[in-house]
Write a protein that binds this ligand. Structure first.
Ligand code: NDP
Length: 499
């Protein structure tokens, strides 16, 4: 951020296709953020005090409002990110489906339940329930400005928290639209938005929220975690990836090529779970490549309403994409489609690279453009080995008729699609998140609901204990009876029947 920007009280979001101003938004200072979080505490007290049913009704009302106005939201997403309308609609549809799932499943996942108390503590009735954290701070990226933050917002709200959302500086209008429709639907600002640059996000980390759910690059994720450590604020980090697609010798090659191309190039490759590397069994390598090149040869990114691929949203990313392609070519790689000239002023053309060394940037670092490397492997063991040889571990894809599930289990990534691509993201009951440099914590599904709560344990005495253990009046006899009981239960080292 420049000094001028540091002093500015507003900033503009721009249309990446034309450079036109889409909207003007406040740069919220640390004081502003603190005030918003204070307000959110009151909202959290009200919202958290509602029953699951009442919260569900409010969230379903919001869902209805979003759905009825989805074309308006998609227009805004198109304007701020440049993504095609169809892609924006797909993203909204998935986010709405997640919101509905979170709202209708929160009670079942989080409500108080009785759990076994065990033989030693048989006089106790044991319960666990999942309580909201209060105010959750959500820091989101620009590439999926609705789907990605809603993975945290919807689940945090359904779990009974108020939310303060700091969107990317590239997509503030989309975030304000979400907060506005929420307020119109619910009547209270349980979801609030703060806008600005990285400093505003940093202020949210320091504002004393109950948890920060961050989605963005690994580098910023580390800064967020360091800032949150100061106040022992827990964090979820949903960071970048370098996802691989594996093609086995018995795979449906047409379907695999279709999935590879869409997985790599949809949203101009600016997808955290996008396909960036492809490993193909040597027996089908040539056929797969021919299929992929054939499908890719007419796919173009251009400035037009029907373009299947939009512009690169963040101008700085163009240099990264150019550098990765050039490094691959300098080190012996070949471009079968696209190449060094594929990177234009705003648009990047699909690029298929082969013969790229495994330690090059295009194989190791997140490119975030419509590019892919394709490599021949002697068998699927080698494919898994190479797939796992990365510091990232977000998602992966496997195409195989016989071994899909087995290969999926062997890949070190938070999510895997078998014979489809990125399909896990649309299944609301599946957790979403990564391992390694792709982060930790989960959004979506029951895990995603629990992520925005703390587990509360309650042990209620039902009758006086046969062995009084937690008292200074404990006798030697009780101690010896406990020793006998423990020996009977565990002395043989075998499993005891579950109560
Ligand atoms: P960034 O890391 O640049 O920014 C993410 C968010 O953090 C933005 O809102 C940004 O604000 C904010 N921010 C920047 N600096 C700080 C700071 N010091 N403290 C707190 N917040 C800060 O990521 P991008 O927006 O460029 O998003 C792309 C990245 O997101 C890719 O790496 C992609 O893989 C990843 N991603 C991961 C997903 C997942 O679920 N795992 C899903 C989608 C994307 P500002 O924009 O104003 O600088």
């Amino acid at each position: 951020m420049t000094t001028t920007e540091a002093r500015a009280t507003t900033f503009e979001s721009l249309n990446p296709r034309s450079g036109d101003v889409v909207g003007t938004h406040p740069v919220h200072t640390a004081d502003d953020v603190r005030a918003v979080v204070e307000r959110a505490r009151d909202e959290a007290a009200w919202w958290g005090g509602l029953s699951f049913d009442e919260r569900e009704r409010h969230l379903q009302t919001w869902k209805g409002a979003m759905t009825r106005r989805v074309a308006q939201l998609a227009d805004l997403m198109h304007a701020e990110t440049g993504k095609p309308h169809g892609d924006a609609m797909l993203e909204c549809a998935l986010a709405i489906d997640h919101l509905s799932w979170a709202a209708s499943h929160a009670e079942n996942v989080l409500k108080r339940r009785k759990v076994p108390s065990g033989l030693v503590m048989a006089n106790q009735a044991a319960y666990v329930e999942y309580r909201p954290l209060g105010v959750v701070g959500v820091i989101g990226p620009w590439n999926y400005p609705v789907f990605t933050p809603m993975g945290s917002i919807a689940y945090a709200l359904a779990a009974g928290n108020a939310v303060v959302f700091k969107p990317s500086e590239y997509t503030p209008g989309v975030a304000e639209w979400l907060a506005r429709t929420f307020l119109e639907s619910v009547g209270r600002p349980v979801l609030q938005v703060v806008t600005g640059y990285g400093e505003t996000g940093a202020a949210l980390c320091a504002a004393g929220v109950g948890k920060v759910a961050f989605t963005g690059s690994t580098a910023t994720g580390k800064k967020v975690m360091a800032a949150c450590a100061e106040t022992l604020t827990p964090v979820i980090i949903e960071a970048g990836g370098k996802d691989a697609l594996l093609v086995d010798h018995d795979a449906d090659l047409e379907a695999a090529a279709d999935a590879a191309l869409w997985g790599a190039c949809a949203n101009a490759g600016q997808t955290c779970t996008g396909v960036e590397r492809i490993y193909v069994h040597e027996r089908v390598y040539d056929d797969f490549l021919a299929e992929l090149v054939d499908k890719a040869k007419d796919l173009r990114a251009y400035d037009g309403p029907d373009s299947p691929i939009g512009p690169i949203t963040m101008p700085g990313q163009l240099d990264v994409i150019r550098r990765h392609i050039q490094d691959a070519l300098d080190r012996g790689g070949r471009a079968l489609i696209g190449g060094a000239d594929a990177v234009g002023e705003r648009f990047v053309q699909p690029t298929i690279l082969v013969d790229v060394p495994e330690d090059s940037l295009a194989v190791q670092e997140e490119t975030f453009g419509p590019t892919m490397t394709v490599a021949r492997v002697r068998d699927m063991d080698e494919a898994v080995e190479r797939t796992n040889a990365t510091r990232y571990g977000l998602a992966s894809t496997v195409f195989s008729k016989e071994r899909g599930m087995e290969l999926a289990s062997r890949i070190r990534s938070g999510m895997t699609a078998v014979n489809g691509v990125i399909t896990f993201a649309g299944v609301p009951s599946l957790p979403f998140g990564g391992v390694g440099d792709s982060g930790f914590g989960r959004i979506h599904g029951p895990d995603g609901l629990k992520e925005f709560t703390y587990a509360k344990a309650i042990a209620r005495q039902r009758f006086k204990p046969l062995l009084a253990l937690t008292s200074f009046s404990r006798t030697e006899k009780a101690e010896s009876q406990l020793a006998q009981l423990i020996t009977v239960l565990h002395g043989r080292g075998t499993t005891i029947p579950k109560p």
